[in-house]
Ligand binder design. Structure first.
Ligand code: APR
Length: 312
């Protein structure tokens, strides 16, 4: 009898808990929530089990602490949100140090207990955390990706839809580069149901949307007061996991290890990739004009600086 897939969500905070619900509702596979706060992981798992009779999903949700990573044994997918969000007064360096420590422990646990897993890293600073995961697990490059572009693109889709009066599902967006203020939204490749965006909205409106997308995370942080966005990040990471588990071969902008594509080697940079049963099955190389190339080069430089700080 076929067994269900297993999804380990490492970090059972805002994003982790939301992903657990989404994985359950989509019947993606049995979910294991893991957190240094063992009670949080166990409590959320139990709460979610108690939704099953109402929501009608079959997959099992369990939880546990980081003391025993054996509970993630043989997971098909690991999605990692372990770490702390940036707090007021915390520099990027401070955040990198704290979260690198968390990612190191998580990566060792994954390497030991889930050696065949497809790993999606969500923890910030994303570009260096996904690099650290790749280095420490020693997994093949197609099995480690970072979630950033799907979220940035989803934000862009929503802002365009709001301005154009259409469904976000009919907006095709594309964002390249690192996950920061210098991400590269590719307006030339955006459309609404096939109609180029430049024919749908005027230039100043598009520029404002690009700027709002770049600062999309910060806008939510300041509205929430504490913590950062979690519904859309959770949805984005689960969509990536689903494309892998169901071999959907969807093209998503993901942070993937480049090996010469876009003129970059040895760094994780946001690019369109095909995600299927083979993990990152293909990196799609879009033709860039001079201005786009320059923006991407700037973004790659900040990724390079952030990765250098990990000293890995
Ligand atoms: N192992 C497991 N869990 C850990 C570890 C660790 N070493 N260190 C911290 N955690 C847990 C925390 O206890 C917390 O429950 O990770 C969880 C993080 O959850 P939240 O603080 O709610 O953060 P969340 O909003 O889910 O974001 C997680 O994703 O988008 C990024 O910037 C965001 O880095 C942050 C991460």
């Amino acid at each position: 009898m076929a067994t269900r897939k297993k999804i380990a969500l490492i970090g059972a905070g805002q994003i982790g808990g939301t992903m657990a619900l989404m994985c359950g509702q989509r019947n993606l596979g049995d979910v294991v929530l893991v957190d240094i706060m063992e009670g949080v992981a166990k409590g959320k798992a139990l709460d979610l089990q108690q939704t099953r009779g109402v929501l009608g999903f079959d997959v099992d949700v369990t939880g546990g602490g980081t003391g025993d990573y054996a509970i993630i044994a043989d997971a098909d997918v690991c999605i990692v949100t372990a770490g702390v969000p940036r707090k007021p007064g915390m520099s990027r360096d401070d955040l990198l140090k704290v979260n690198l420590e968390a990612i190191t422990k998580v990566a060792q646990g994954i390497k030991r207990h889930a050696p065949n897993a497809f790993v999606v890293v969500v923890t910030n600073p994303l570009d260096s955390m996904v690099y650290a995961m790749y280095k420490i697990t020693g997994f093949p490059k197609g099995r480690v990706v970072g979630m950033a572009g799907v979220l940035d693109t989803a934000r862009f889709q929503y802002f365009v839809a709001e301005a154009a009066g259409c469904s976000p599902q009919d907006v095709v967006g594309s964002v390249l580069g690192g996950h920061g203020d210098d991400m590269v939204p590719l307006v030339r490749y955006c459309s609404v149901s096939g109609v180029p965006l430049t024919k749908v909205l005027d230039r100043s409106k598009i520029d404002a949307i690009v700027e709002r997308t770049r600062k999309g995370g910060g806008e939510i942080v300041s509205l929430l007061g504490t913590g950062s966005a979690f519904y859309a990040p959770a949805a984005a990471a689960v969509a990536m996991a689903e494309s892998y588990l169901r071999d959907q071969k969807r093209t998503f902008p993901c942070s993937a290890l480049l090996d010469g594509q876009y003129g970059v080697k040895g760094l994780f940079v946001g690019v369109p990739v095909v995600l299927g049963a083979g993990g990152v099955e293909r990196i799609v190389e879009l033709e860039l004009d001079d201005q786009e190339r320059a923006m991407l080069a700037r973004s790659v430089e900040s990724v390079r600086r952030s990765v250098a700080e990990t000293k890995l």
